[in-house]
Ligand binder design. Structure first.
Ligand code: FAD
Length: 489
């Protein structure tokens, strides 16, 4: 073994005993904070703590997907989530724009085609630049980055298995669990684990996806289905019950209808039975149509499961520490001692997707991480507010939302008290389907957090001509039964 002293640049060679274990614990060091997981939440928390002059280490390790895909620093959002997804969504919208441009006088060919290799290479290069950017940021902010798998030895000791095989023990006053969640592949379906890709693979596929089946009704299934169809791939989405079950159901149906009208096929009330590979390397999917109990068969090039995301907390040794996790989701319970992110062990916190019953969204993880660092080291008492979190489903026609659904509003306040998801004058929820809905809803989300009212909204003047003005021009409610179709300019 060779030890290198960075400062004096001397090299020391040592012979190790023959029976020396590969994973021998070495240094024991003192930190104010060790963060396990270098994704959106973990990085934000680590950087904010370090800015408050604390000694911080962040561990990040990517366990390969079932198809063997792996990636760099930054977590789900950067590598296999929001960023590559949004780039591919944008690529698909550009295709629409090129086709539309003909009607605006642009001389473009009748057929335009997208090239997957060019697109995915560009996306991957962008992601790699972000990986690098995160490393530079950590270095600049004095956060120690360790590429290793973390687990707890005890509440004040984190064990790290570094990617080079060595093991370290880090003594720390506080620890944050920010390990995120990973796609769930239903292993009871023959061939699912062997042949089924997930969103962890899609953006890093070495060959073009070809004819693709997405299994699941989540926003991830719809977003990926939307851009694949837009890029010209034959795309089907297999849905057991309803699309976007967590969202307002009227809006969810509008999203699905608009996708269908653009060519995405929905196999409704169908469930996969098995996947096999044929002699030509294509995937033969057997599935059951639940409406008539018929088993059908179809051949695809790519099958992607978007059937939920599960927490991988079982390798953190949480049970030995007495940290409580939900039995179904395996997510960590927060909310102890009135701190939203504190676990049942006083000096250990959990943020981001891993926290039970909280939205799985990047800005949520980031804000919770920053606020936690401020409370731990900056004397702040500000807690994360998980209410009124806006989000957008980036389907070809985007669906932006802030606040509650119509179903929730009715169940909480009674149908007779609800008009346009308002309770009295107070706006409880705002839902918009249209181009750039994410951009539009971001602004209105601030208004709703500040207590926006129906009279305030309808008293506002729109910006013409925009899609956002439709929100302030709202004057027909569902209950009135009047036709809401926009006429005029
Ligand atoms: P992650 O970002 O998942 O980071 C956790 C990190 O910890 C990972 O790098 C993981 O490998 C590492 N890790 C795990 N275990 C260990 C261990 N024991 N030791 C060391 N490291 C470990 N959110 C949005 O807000 N907008 C979107 O448009 C959006 N689109 C999405 C699209 C897709 C396809 C997906 C999958 C997700 C999307 N999300 C979106 C969700 C968003 O990516 C997550 O909410 C966010 O990344 C959660 O951050 P996190 O810090 O909790 O965890």
């Amino acid at each position: 073994t060779m030890f290198v002293n960075k400062h004096s640049r001397t090299f020391i060679f040592k012979r190790l005993p023959r029976n020396y274990r590969q994973f021998t614990s070495s240094s024991t060091e003192d930190y104010d904070l060790v963060v396990i997981g270098g994704g959106s939440g973990g990085l934000a928390c680590a950087k904010a703590a370090s800015q408050l002059q604390k000694k911080v280490a962040v561990l990040d390790f990517v366990t390969p997907s079932t198809q063997g895909t792996t990636w760099g620093l930054g977590g789900t959002c950067v590598n296999v989530g929001c960023i590559p997804k949004k780039l591919m969504h944008h690529a698909s919208l550009l295709g629409d724009a090129i086709r539309d441009s003909k009607a605006y006088g642009w001389n473009v060919p009748d057929e335009v085609q997208s090239d997957w290799t060019t697109l995915s290479t560009a996306v991957q290069n962008h992601v790699k630049s972000l990986n690098w950017g995160h490393r530079v940021q950590l270095r600049d902010k004095n956060v120690e980055y360790i590429n290793g798998l973390g687990s707890f030895k005890d509440p004040h000791t984190v064990r790290v298995k570094e990617s080079n095989g060595t093991e370290r023990l880090l003594k720390t006053r506080n620890a944050v669990i920010a390990v995120g969640v990973r796609p769930y592949v239903p292993s009871q379906i023959p061939g699912a684990v062997e042949y089924g890709a997930t969103s962890d693979d899609l953006f890093w596929l070495k060959k073009t996806p070809g004819k693709t089946l997405l299994i699941g009704a989540s926003y991830i299934a719809l977003e990926c289905g939307g851009f694949l169809n837009g890029l010209g791939f034959d795309t089907s989405i297999m849905v057991r019950s309803r699309p976007l079950k967590q969202f307002d159901q009227q809006m969810a149906e509008l999203v699905a209808e608009s996708m269908e009208s653009k060519g995405t096929r929905f196999l409704r009330k169908c469930v996969p039975v098995s996947i096999e590979k044929d002699s030509r390397g294509r995937l033969v999917v057997k599935y059951e149509d639940l409406t008539n109990r018929q088993t059908k068969e179809e051949v695809f090039d790519t099958v992607m499961f978007a059937t939920g995301r599960h927490a991988v907390t079982n390798n953190l040794n949480l049970e030995a520490l007495g940290i409580e996790v939900d039995q179904t989701t395996q997510k960590v319970f927060g909310g102890h001692s009135d701190d939203h992110e504190r676990t049942s062990v006083a000096n250990i916190y959990a943020i981001g997707d891993i926290l039970h019953n909280r939205p799985e969204l990047t800005p949520v993880a980031i804000k919770a991480g920053q606020l936690l660092a401020d409370r731990l080291f900056g004397g702040s008492q500000v807690q994360m507010d998980y209410n009124m979190i806006p989000t957008t489903v980036f389907t070809p026609l985007e669906y932006g939302v802030v606040g509650i659904s119509e179903e929730k509003a009715v169940s909480c306040h009674g149908e007779e008290n609800i008009e346009a998801i308002c309770f009295g004058d107070r706006i409880l929820g705002l839902h918009l389907i249209g181009p750039n809905a994410g951009e539009v809803i971001q602004g209105f989300a601030v208004a709703l957090r500040c207590g926006a009212t129906w009279s305030g909204l309808s008293g506002s003047v729109g910006i013409h001509p925009t899609t956002a003005e439709e929100v302030v021009k709202l004057h027909i409610t569902k209950r009135s039964g009047a036709d809401p179709t926009v006429t005029g300019c």
